[in-house]
Design a protein around this ligand. Sequence first.
Ligand code: ATP
Ligand code: MN
Ligand code: MN
Length: 301
Amino acid sequence: LKKSEKKGTPATAESFGIEISSPERIIFPELGLTKKDLADYYAQVEPLIMVDAVERPMTLIRFPSGRTGESFFQKHDKGTFGPHVKQIPIEEKDGHFEDYLYFDDIRGLLACVQMGTIEFHGWGSRVAKVEYPDRLVFDLDPDVGLDFGSVKEAALLLRELLKGLGLESWPLLSGGKGMHVVVPLDASEDWPTVKSFAERFSRAISEAEPQMFTANIRKEQRKGRIFLDWLRNQRGATAVLPYSARGREGAPVAAPVAWDELDRYESGHHFSIRDANELLERASSKALAGWCKAKQALPDA
Ligand code: ATP
Ligand code: MN
Ligand code: MN
């Protein structure tokens, strides 16, 4: 895959050979950002987003008439997205197989943007080894009204507890209300093992720190607490991909951050699709160079 770009010219969807129809269609009305702006954001962050996006079964969130219009989730495609969006048959609970969509380069991702996708959510495993997750995600969902300082405090505590089990983790601003704490894995354990670990760990923490966490999905149990959403770690669940845009006000993106710079963020939606250059610079900085890079396995039961 080569983009035919002149040196120093920012990448665009066209430079990867993907034509965007209705490029001037407004996708984020509050900022006047268009479908072309969104596609070009993705083209520019190609080296960053593809690290995680490549060869993962994917759920798209499509907003055909922009973020304020109707939206829907899509996991399957019968070939209408063109040659760059691939299919992988995955077994459902009842034993029959369904084709899930994935892509192995930016052209597939851009073809999805061409079809109205704003958000990309990935499985925790890759197509070559779909039953063995290569990451855990702890999705921190604060109760309404809880300040972001509490979310950061909770994330830092999670990091320490994971470290106590020999696991390195990295923080992600979700682009929404919260944060994710991401733990890369060496794909040596299957879904039931990983889910069981995530559940036991989350329940133990919410018992030890009941004023900070709940592991119970029921909203009425949240009351000033953070729901530690361990259900992101079961087979078939997805989490927003690092550098995915969100179909929310202000065109925010999910953004990797470093533990020692958490202080400077006041929300989970600090970065937006207008920040491609800053995100590229940050990604090659010392603070983020090793983001989510660790070969590690879950501790023994
Ligand atoms: P926020 O920080 O605002 O919570 P988030 O991305 O963490 O943003 P959640 O609602 O907590 O949003 O969802 C966590 C993840 O679960 C999402 O990133 C998405 O991948 C997945 N998810 C949530 N709801 C659905 C759904 N209805 N269908 C499919 N996947 C979903
Ligand atoms: Mn969340
Ligand atoms: Mn959640």
